[in-house]
Design a protein around this ligand. Sequence first.
Ligand code: PMP
Length: 455
Amino acid sequence: MNKPVAHSNLGAIDAAHHLHPFSDMKKLNADGTRIIHRAEGVNIWDQNGKKYLDAFAGLWCVNVGYGRNEIAEAAYRQMQELPYYNTFFGTTTPPTTLLAQKIASHAGPTLNRVFFTNSGSEASDTWFRMARVYWKVLGHETKTQVIARKNAYHGSTVAGASLGGMQWMHEQGNLPIPGIHHIGQPYWYAEGGDLSPEEFGLKVARELEAKIDELGEENVAAFVAEPIQGAGGVIIPPETYWPEISRICKARNILLVSDEVICGFGRLGSWFGHQHYGYEPDLAPVAKGLSSGYLPIGGVIVSDRVADVMIGELGDFYHGYTYSGHPVCAAAALENIRIIEEEGLVERVRDDIGPYFTEAWRSLADHEMVGEAVNVGLMGAVQIAADKATRRRFEKPDDIGTLVRNQCVANGVILRATGDRMLASPPLVISRSEVDQTVETLRNALDWLKDNRPE
Ligand code: PMP
């Protein structure tokens, strides 16, 4: 057995051996890593015993909160009974099959099948191939192009990062791969100019139609978007946006893909983001809240429209992962969903803590440094403004967000910054007093910024 490592050494060991995702390793090794040891409810503790309120649910994922022994026990039981078996050669395992049924029961009447992956990124690669295969089987060989959005995030695999609209990601690894195109995002605050949010929502939705015209309808397979863009800064679309997108996809006969990796499993006060906005996707990648992050698992929810073709006419789909539908991850996910159902967490977000959070969070809109404070359910953004009246932003948005985020973390609340937007995505079990603490801490950080504004 390995000797236990004294905690005081972990920072040095980490610097010597561990490359972190999305990190400047030179800077991180110089600054030192925060080591998280344990967690309970909405709280986490670091190596110094300092407690933080995790208002970001890990990475948008710990929907049922930390410390759920029921999930640990379900995983333990499953691991003893059957730690692994594949789902490739005509086999399945009980939790895998029951999880597919459970997901379908919440996804909507036309979304009845699930293809399992280990992550959201793999779900992106999976639906991308499915969409192309779907049209090919139907005899539309040229329908291969996919339209996505600028500033979207769909993962870090080659297809995921290509579908995402982060230019700085594309610059690493010669992305995007061919056949992927990006249109504008419904970010009214930054890009809406003199238009009302409703006018702007329609305008950016119609960029989809223009792009389809440019590429030729006979060449376009699908459009993908997050119901609310998450990593891009919690970009909440104007009410006019989704109805128009949905209309265009139907009218032009292209598949609509709703990336539910963040919005799925209760965050918006609905089981899925498409239900909140009232559209019907053909494919819906999921991950994160599916297991509340307790074990890695994702998937693609497949509509009858696509499944009928894949089942009826394709033959083999040459795609799958060793751990597709892993029984232990599936057992953890089933238990996670049981908790969400039994504790009524979706309804809690819709009717109780969501409205409470809305009022508290949006009270920040009065602050001198805040351009807008917006949310749906427990997914919120505060836009930092250099000049509130003119919607002018600071010259170096990333620096401003980092300053405010660091203030919050120093004061015991974990929030995320994307550029000059402060993002919240707490566990769905957060209490009212914990919401108050989150908002007060952010307010104090904004006060600090007001007194220390760089300009
Ligand atoms: N899609 C969306 C909308 C996401 O937010 C993420 C992760 N942040 C992904 C896909 C990729 O998921 P993963 O990190 O599990 O690969």
